[in-house]
Design a protein around this ligand. Structure first.
Ligand code: SF4
Ligand code: SF4
Length: 413
């Protein structure tokens, strides 16, 4: 893909560089202006040489939102990273193998989740974690996420699919890998909340959204996943369903990265009909009135320290949870600020990036500890891991809070 013309829009204001959390902590990382417009401006058409610092970008996409001139920074980064991995990275190197494993989490999770208790016992063993670090370069500082006893898709099948039928209110749920294999309670909360509002839910065939693949330059893997997703979600849209995702990085991939990087038939249609789960509900339903009827103290709903993921900021969704839960009586939801959590999907799992990841997250940890609530809230599963890792708090998804307030109570919707 030739992105050189986009580089001409850059007038070197450096807003992107000052917004970059990695450049702030890692002196060896030259920042988004260099990774984007400067490298592309210097590229000749057939030139494939990419500076290896492109692998230091965490793909948080904060620079995209900071650019006043609409330079397609993350598209430039993703494309350059893909070219670097294809043409310059040694395929038998430890870094390549590690990144490929992290990028394809869903494939390994599909195997591990067949025997979840055994997998949890093995992956939770400190000797295995140390071996992972030594052999693969996956940090031993983090606890591997536990697999649920039953995947969401298996639960959904066993349940017999939707409990609600509707011709007007229909959503196709993009759960992604993490809510399918690990935080199944988030996916179940989505089902219960949406069904309470009268929606018929379809759980279409799907693969990983591609977010960890983009971040690691595995564009061929991402393309294969995207092809399945665009076809399957495109079919659902044709049948009258809107696509709803519970992870803001998944909705980001379907809305922005797919159209920037792929040209499958239907890509633009999927992008135009995809929403974040809370966003969609707030656009289409009166959530505030029933929520205002609930007294949180009667239902053990705690105060929260809320972190808006970088990928929700990019979609303009960073204030929606805080503003919504102001209407929930007896609950304090503190926004812990606009800093990056630091984990950025797979970035904080890399041994050599772990300390940077924690340094980036420090501001968020401090603000969480100063907030009244001792439970965290966020829409992103890896931000959730980082919040828990840095503070020891339990972390909920806004859908779980809605489930506790609107479904587990007898409030009329
Ligand atoms: S995506 Fe994030 S880490 Fe990468 S250059 Fe932009 S701001 Fe920096
Ligand atoms: S923010 Fe945009 S215009 Fe400013 S230096 Fe970065 S790419 Fe160039």
């Amino acid at each position: 893909m030739d992105l050189r013309p986009g580089a001409d829009s850059c007038y070197k204001c450096t807003s992107c560089d000052t917004s970059c959390p990695v450049a702030e902590v890692d002196d060896s990382f030259p920042g988004p202006k260099f990774q984007g417009p400067e490298q592309w401006r210097l590229k000749r058409k057939e030139d494939t040489e990419i500076d290896d610092s492109i692998t230091g970008c965490s793909n948080c996409m904060r620079c995209d939102g900071a650019c006043p001139s609409d330079v397609p920074l993350s598209q430039m980064h993703n494309t350059a990273r893909g070219e670097y991995v294809d043409n310059q990275m040694t395929k038998l190197s430890r870094e390549y193998l590690r990144n490929r494993i992290l990028a394809n989490y869903g494939t390994l999770a599909g195997i591990g989740s067949k025997v979840p208790r055994l997998t949890n016992a093995i992956m939770g063993n400190s000797l295995v974690q140390k071996l992972n670090e030594r052999v693969l370069g996956i940090t031993a500082e983090r606890d591997f996420p536990e697999f649920a006893d039953q995947t969401f898709r298996s639960w959904w099948k066993q349940r017999g699919g939707p409990n609600v039928e509707s011709d007007e209110k229909r959503i196709a749920y993009f759960h992604g890998d993490y809510a399918n294999y690990n935080t199944v309670e988030v996916a179940k909360a989505l089902v219960r909340v949406y069904e309470a509002f009268g929606y018929e839910i379809l759980v279409p065939d799907q693969r990983c959204s591609g977010t960890p693949m983009f971040a690691n330059g595995m564009l061929d893997d991402a393309r294969r996943s995207a092809a399945v997703n665009v076809e399957s979600l495109g079919d659902a849209i044709e049948q009258g369903y809107d696509v709803v995702a519970s992870c803001t990085s998944c909705s980001m991939a379907l809305r922005q990265e797919y159209p920037e990087l792929f040209d499958f038939e239907g890509t633009e249609t999927v992008a135009a009909n995809t929403y974040d789960a809370l966003e969609y509900l707030l656009i289409n339903e009166n959530v505030i009135d029933p929520l205002s009827e609930v007294d949180a103290a009667d239902h053990d709903i705690p105060d929260f320290a809320y972190h808006a993921p970088c990928h929700s900021r990019n979609q303009g969704l960073d204030r929606q949870a805080v503003e919504l839960f102001r209407h929930l009586d007896g609950v304090d939801v503190a926004d812990v600020g606009d800093s990056c959590s630091g984990i950025s999907g797979t970035y904080g799992w890399k041994e050599e990036k772990y300390e940077y990841s924690m340094e980036i997250g420090e501001e968020m940890f401090e603000h969480m500890e100063h907030a009244a609530g001792e439970t965290g809230m966020t829409e992103c599963p890896t931000c959730s891991m980082q919040m828990e890792h840095g503070t020891g708090y339990e972390i909920d998804h806004p859908l779980q809070v809605l489930e506790a307030a609107l479904v587990d109570t007898d409030v009329e919707i």
